[in-house]
Design a protein. Structure first.
Lengths: 206, 234
């Protein structure tokens, strides 16, 4: 299969390094993704990879991108006060620790951690900040829950489980600051990758 | 099942942190037997005895015991049936607790509304897990429970204990689950337990993330030892 030039090289390098068997099909999917857009092809990537040993690295790198995004979001917070300020500081630290742990796990599996993207977030004061924080945390929970059944390694599943519980706690705490129900449903939704990408894409610059 | 003597002793005033639960289980064959047959499996039984061994049979170090047990030797992997019945037992316990709290009239205002919503979630968890357990075999019986209910503050602290326990119990079992169906269900419940825990922590003046960036998973024997004082019969 010929490899067209990729519009999303960081995504490509992930797969190329992370996948041992089945790199062929993965590269094909990535090439298609570069041509047709990540959102269009993303749902197929997971499925293609699920039959392959590189699936866990792929999932971890996807999670790493989300953790980078969340950490960056909190670390850039400014002009917050009270509980919002202290939680943003605390949660920012915790998201950064998630990113560190994911990078380490990816390395252990013989994969290469995805490059940290450049992010951009809208301004707009504390209210807007907390509203976006709620979206990002709820999306994080759904992303992990959607990916978990595809994880093969028990160690990776255990690591993801320890992280997603904290994402759930973050989501609830932020929701409380927004006057929203901390647990809007009895069961958290599992989000597929396309949905997650759709939610976070506006904030990923490169 | 033999009626065990009341396991509701001195820990009542210690806000739901039953210090003597493990010692009691170790010392009392009746409550240990009740507990293991409740789980219905040799896996749980051997996990439990391993836990006791790791603790030196004492139980004074309940807080760190699970870590010791997990590090020394991994407990035998429980079956999906054991895991779903374990989760179902915990959800029964929580659902029953909130029902009794609502009936007690001791909680009012915003905390009561929180209790009502969370209790409804726990009932939904029970229904879902019962249905998964039916698919896999035989659902565990609903345990009979007993809770110390004294004041709003004490009740909220106990609620916080239960939710943080639940939030720690699920991630410990996720890697043991074989069925994708059960894994998906467990995960969608687990993060809701984490959300509940954050809410109860808010109501009791605690940080939403007491373990920091990573939820510390708690093993089955540790969780059961902490839950057992509130279970009268299985």
């Amino acid at each position: 299969m010929s490899e067209p030039e990729l519009a999303a090289p960081e995504l490509a390098s992930v797969e190329v390094h992370g996948v041992t068997r089945g790199a062929f099909i993965v590269r094909g999917v990535l090439a298609a993704s570069a041509v047709y857009g990540v959102g269009t092809v993303a749902p197929f990537v997971g499925e293609a990879l699920a039959r392959d040993g590189g699936a866990d690295v792929d999932i971890l790198n996807f999670a790493l991108t989300l953790e980078y995004l969340e950490a960056d979001f909190y670390q850039r917070a400014s002009g917050l006060s009270g509980e919002a300020a202290s939680l943003a500081k605390r949660f920012g630290d915790e998201e950064a620790q998630h990113a560190d742990a994911l990078r380490a796990t990816i390395g252990k599996l013989g994969g290469t951690p995805v490059r940290k993207p450049t992010f951009s977030f809208p301004g707009g004061g504390q209210r807007a900040f907390l509203k976006l924080a709620q979206t990002l945390e709820d999306t994080g929970v759904g992303a992990y829950n959607g990916a978990a059944p595809k994880i093969r390694s028990k160690e990776v599943l255990a690591a993801a489980g320890g992280i997603v519980q904290v994402e759930g706690r973050h989501a609830a705490a932020i929701r409380l600051l927004n006057g929203a129900p901390p647990a809007p449903l009895a069961f958290d939704k599992a989000l597929d990758r396309a949905t997650v990408l759709g939610a976070v894409k506006p904030f990923i610059k490169s | 099942m033999a009626q065990a003597h009341s396991p509701l002793p001195a820990q009542e005033e210690s806000q739901g942190e039953p210090r003597s639960a493990l010692a009691e289980l170790h010392a009392d064959p009746a409550s240990r037997k009740r507990f293991l047959s409740m789980m219905g499996g040799a896996g749980a039984a051997s996990a439990f005895s391993l836990f006791l061994t790791a603790c030196g049979g004492g139980g004074q170090q309940q807080g760190t015991g699970s870590t010791v047990a997990q590090r020394q030797r991994p407990a035998p992997r429980p079956t999906d049936m054991e895991i779903v019945n374990y989760a179902l037992t915990l959800e029964y316990l929580e659902a029953d607790f909130y029902e009794k709290v609502q009936a007690s009239g001791l909680v009012s205002g915003a905390p009561l509304e929180a209790i009502r919503v969370i209790g409804e979630h726990e009932r939904e968890h029970v229904q879902r897990l019962k249905s998964v357990a039916k698919d896999l075999g035989k659902p565990v019986k609903k345990p009979q429970t007993r809770f110390p209910l004294q004041s709003q503050d004490q009740i909220l602290k106990l609620a916080s204990t239960f939710e943080n326990l639940g939030a720690a119990a699920y991630p410990a079992q996720a890697p043991n689950i074989r069925s994708k169906e059960l894994l998906s269900e467990a995960i969608s419940i687990a993060t809701v337990e984490a959300r509940h825990a954050a809410k109860l922590n808010e109501l009791t003046g605690k940080t939403p993330t007491p373990d920091g960036a990573f939820q510390t998973p708690l093993s089955m024997p540790t969780v059961l030892a902490k839950a057992s004082p509130y279970i009268v019969t299985a």
